[in-house]
Design a protein around this ligand. Structure first.
Ligand SMILES: Nc1ncnc2c1ncn2[C@@H]1O[C@H](COP(=O)(O)OP(=O)(O)OP(=O)(O)O)[C@@H](O)[C@H]1O
Length: 468
């Protein structure tokens, strides 16, 4: 009489039992493979070799993940638990796989065996078509997310400002968008360098390709190289999977290097090489990948002085600084306060149908402050003022002084010291000053001055005739 089947107790399958199974796996499955406790391949049958497109002598002794990157054999060996049914992606094929650990007589895991139950998913059609659909949806969602993460939020119209300084910045940014050359953006923190970088990208021929930003100051020095150039898995790097660098992610598009002045000298040399050769070498890899990337760099530091002091490589400086755009600080373009406030307050709703606004005295209060944090700080001040405001969302000088940092004492003093004039007079004076600045900037060329001011030539002539 046949003996009833008895489980093998706590130890599970032994090497002998696995060897007995091997013949069956070899014959009945679409592929079978065994690994030792270090997850190195000890055996692979011909059918699996054909499926993977490898030769057995080339892969025996290699870590299984080197040959089958998606393999979950390491998990099975580490946990000692089988994975009875799994779908594994391999080179656009979906394989149905079973993985079993095996043990020595003391119960220690000494390896695992896996067999491909199906490489043709026909028998599992209903289940698999559902899986495929879900998988495709997941891939599409991931791609869309990645596209969104790498696309830009800003165009040039989002860079708000009508002062001569702001108009000059916009003009140069428009020029930069039309030419595929490196751009160096200089300016204090919060002046809108990243807004400009995005605007230049979205106005350029690369607009449909990725925009990838790296804040050099925010990444520890020892991780920067991997972040830039990527990592290849392996013993040298200690990484268990490949990681794509920002350079490769930006391929075809724009790489924005924020706070480039904070880059350590060793990485500056590698960055220069990547820009010169148009190729990158991931950490731990011996192959180079060609990349086509436009670099826009930004810094709030004085790169010229850093070059003179040897803290920044001059060759890299000249490579990045093909076109330089200096963004003036807010305190040098206070004329933009009005339009900036209007735009920001317009975004900050104060209730259904209600709109936040600021009075002329509120603007005057803002104009007495030095704005070390520039436009970022202005936005924060307006937000705080609105939060504290108990009225109807109309900010006056008092509402502003309540939230301006302590420097505002100086502002109040400056304001008080300035005689208050009728608004029409102040506006006329500001207009005359702007026209004068535009004429100086354009060396008396009225067409150019009109362009800088964003008005037609005839309006400029009209205003000039009224001023004189
Ligand atoms: N001219 C502008 N028009 C509209 N918004 C602006 C402008 N400049 C800056 N901002 C806003 O101010 C904030 C800071 O801008 P951004 O990050 O571009 O400055 P940055 O110069 O890159 O600063 P950092 O050097 O600190 O990185 C953002 O919220 C941005 O939307």
């Amino acid at each position: 009489m046949a003996q009833p089947f008895q489980p093998t107790g706590i130890h599970g399958l032994t090497r002998e039992m696995i060897q007995a199974f091997m013949a069956m796996f070899d014959k009945a499955s679409a592929g079978a493979i065994a690994v030792d406790r270090d997850t190195r391949i000890t055996w692979i049958n011909d059918r699996y070799c054909q499926l993977l497109g490898v030769h057995a002598p080339d892969v025996i002794g290699k870590p299984v993940r080197r040959v089958i990157p998606q393999s979950r054999m390491p998990e099975v060996v580490a946990s000692g638990d089988p994975l009875l049914l799994d779908i594994m992606e391999h080179q656009n094929q979906q394989l149905v796989v079973t993985r079993l650990p095996y043990f020595d007589p003391d119960g220690a895991v000494i390896g695992a065996i896996a067999c491909v139950l199906y490489d043709d998913l026909q028998p599992l059609t209903p289940l698999v078509s559902k899986y495929r659909r879900l998988h495709q949806d997941l891939m599409a969602a991931r791609k869309a997310l990645a596209r969104k993460a790498r696309s830009t939020r800003y165009s040039l119209s989002d860079f708000i400002g009508a002062s001569p300084g702001a108009l000059d910045v916009k003009r140069r940014a428009r020029l930069a968008a039309g030419r595929d050359m490196p751009v160096l953006l200089l300016g204090e923190t919060g002046t809108g360098k990243e807004v400009l970088a995005q605007a230049i990208h979205s106005g350029s021929a690369r607009a449909e390709r990725p925009f990838v930003a790296v804040n050099v100051a925010a990444i520890p020095d020892n991780l920067l190289e991997a972040e830039f150039f990527g990592v290849t898995a392996g013993a040298y790097t200690g990484a268990d999977r490949n990681r794509t660098g920002r350079f490769q992610l930006a391929n075809g598009g724009t790489l924005f290097l924020d706070e480039v002045g904070d880059m350590p000298l060793s990485l500056q040399a590698k960055l220069l090489r990547a820009l010169q050769e148009g190729e990158v070498e991931p950490l731990g890899s011996s192959t180079v990948t060609p990349v086509d990337v436009r670099v826009i760099a930004a810094t709030s530091r004085d790169l010229g002085t850093m070059v003179a002091e040897g803290a920044f490589r001059s060759d890299l400086y000249y490579r990045l600084n093909v076109m330089e755009i200096t963004v003036p600080p807010l305190r040098e373009r206070l004329a933009d306060l009005g339009v900036l406030c209007e735009a920001f307050l317009g975004d900050m709703g104060v209730g259904p149908g209600a709109r936040a606004d600021i009075t002329d005295s509120g603007i005057a209060a803002l104009s007495g402050y030095d704005w070390p944090g520039n436009i970022r700080e202005l936005r924060n001040v307006l937000e705080r003022a609105l939060t504290m405001d108990e009225g109807d969302g109309l900010l006056d000088a008092e509402a502003i002084f309540r939230v301006l940092p302590s420097q505002s004492g100086k502002a109040a003093f400056r304001l008080a010291a300035r005689p208050i004039k009728p608004l029409s007079k102040t506006v006329a004076e500001a207009e005359a000053r702007a026209i004068e600045e535009a004429l100086v900037a354009s060396r008396g060329n009225r067409s150019q001055a009109a362009k800088l001011l964003g008005i037609s030539r005839s309006v400029l002539y009209d205003k000039l005739s009224r001023v004189s």
